[in-house]
Design a protein around this ligand. Structure first.
Ligand code: ADP
Ligand code: MG
Length: 450
């Protein structure tokens, strides 16, 4: 490895923190590239993430005494994407005996694939992470913990991941099932005194995908068994993928040791789709049924259905079914009769609701949030509230500036950038934001003041 890189590592660790260091910096292989350096990483997702979130910090750590910085290139290493290739020193060490065809545990939904998944701002990180895991399971993002509200595509995405794994060699043993099914199988095994075969089944897997792990809350015996399953798989480099409707720390009655396992890998969240994504999803679903949906009809359906994709699909099904039953054309008039208007702010929060929650959390009054006070405690709370107003309420920068005491919109832009940076570099800020976002989303938003 390059001496210049090795020297910079301790500084980098300080700058990004231990956890980020282990996940994002340690796996990098660095080689000389002319007068600069080439940073080799294992997947395209890793490459994008690193470039987007850590490159400025890496540059900072690599700054030479004369103030110059080596030119950096971030490349995907060819070997790693096709793991597990044998290494020169240990030719057969990683080669596994041929995998016998094993009965798969759990059933996959055939059309929940990557191809049928519409990608946009609200789910891009989760999508990229799932692709990366499908490319090289058991490598970096292990476990992968995917969370988000009901009907936002978690089950779709993990099914797509499983299809992706099955589509390419080597043949892998995959289990993809709801946590509830895991529990039921466990209970049956306990009753029939067949724990041996239960353990063989679940520990002899290459990939375990457990959907809706929030279901394990309060189920102590199942948690205990799952803890051991998790450890057995994880210790031998097998991939674990979990989904949940909330982040690990917000799952009540989950043993601390499981929570910390869940938090030990990559956590990705899915948000409700933006209006353009909703339209794209609707068109995709209609096309899958060979229906030519007029644009104005599609637009009206997206406006008149709830925030989740499942509700959007439900609305489409209702409209299509009625059109067929009545032999009626697909018009906006038909949609008007079937779907009543929903509050236009469905899924979006008001800036006032965000200010109120942030003020409560930081014990800073809303008046102070809107004021020009510059003490650190107030400034940080204000920046968080501005960031959430941008991401959850989707209000424009000038719009937010106005609601925070009529300041300049560049202040808001700066605040949002600051918080974005802290979110990826400081685990505490990351945790805090996840908690606030989750609470704000799950609690019914107070109606808008105006
Ligand atoms: P969750 O598991 O998060 O509750 P699902 O994966 O069951 O949600 O998704 C609900 C429905 O919405 C499914 O029919 C799924 O295909 C669809 N869906 C969700 N997100 C997308 C997306 N981004 N693109 C296409 N379909 C989606
Ligand atoms: Mg689901």
């Amino acid at each position: 490895m390059e001496a210049e890189w090795l020297e910079a590592l301790p500084r980098l660790r300080q700058l990004v923190g231990d956890r980020n260091f282990a996940t994002w910096i340690e796996p990098i292989r660095c080689s000389r590239n002319g007068s600069g350096l080439c940073l080799e990483v294992g997947s395209r997702f890793f490459q994008e993430w690193l470039t987007r979130h850590f490159l400025p910090t890496i540059r900072q750590a690599l700054t030479r005494p004369d103030g110059t910085v080596p030119a950096l290139r971030v490349a995907v290493s060819a070997e790693e994407t096709h793991a597990p290739a044998a290494t020169a020193e240990a030719p057969a060490a990683r080669a596994r005996p041929p995998v016998p065809r094993a009965p798969r545990i759990g059933r996959l939904v055939p059309n929940y694939t990557f191809e049928s998944f519409v990608v946009g701002a609200s789910n891009e990180v989760a999508y990229q992470a799932a692709l990366a895991v499908a490319e090289s399971p058991g490598c970096r993002f292990n476990p992968m913990f995917l969370w988000g509200g009901v009907g936002l595509g978690k089950t779709h995405l993990v099914n797509a991941l499983a299809h992706g794994l099955l589509a390419r060699p080597p043949r892998r043993r995959i289990a993809c099932l709801p946590a509830e099914a895991f529990m039921n199988t466990l209970i049956a095994a306990l009753r029939q005194d067949q724990m041996g075969s239960f353990r063989d089944r679940f520990r002899d897997l290459d990939v375990l995908i457990l959907d809706d792990v929030q279901f394990l809350a309060g189920k102590e015996r199942t948690q205990e068994e799952f803890f051991h399953t998790f450890n057995a798989l994880h210790a031998s480099g097998r991939q674990i993928v979990l989904t949940s409707d909330k982040p690990p720390h917000a799952i009540a009655e989950l043993e601390q040791r499981l929570r910390s396992r869940f938090e030990g890998g990559l956590i990705a969240d899915i948000h409700p789709p933006t209006p353009p994504m909703r339209l794209a999803i609707l068109m995709r679903k209609a096309a899958a049924q060979d229906v030519d949906l007029p644009a104005e009809v599609a637009a009206l359906i997206t406006q008149r259905s709830g925030p989740s994709v499942r509700e959007l699909e439900g609305a489409l099904t209702r409209v299509l079914a009625t059109a067929v039953l009545r032999g009626a054309p697909l018009t906006t008039a038909l949609v008007e009769t079937l779907l009543s208007p929903v509050a236009p702010v469905a899924g979006l929060l008001s800036v006032e609701a965000i200010q109120a929650r942030v003020s409560q959390h930081f014990r800073v009054s809303v008046t102070d949030l809107k004021s020009h006070r510059r003490d650190r405690s107030v400034t940080f709370a204000r920046q968080i509230a501005m960031y959430l107003s941008r991401t959850l309420a989707e209000v424009s920068f000038p719009g937010i500036a106005e609601k925070f005491g009529g300041r300049d919109h560049s202040t808001v832009m700066h605040a949002v950038r600051m918080v974005e940076y802290k979110r990826t570099h400081d685990p505490d800020t990351g945790q805090l934001l996840m908690m606030l976002e989750n609470e704000l989303r799950t609690r019914p938003a107070p109606s808008r003041a105006e």
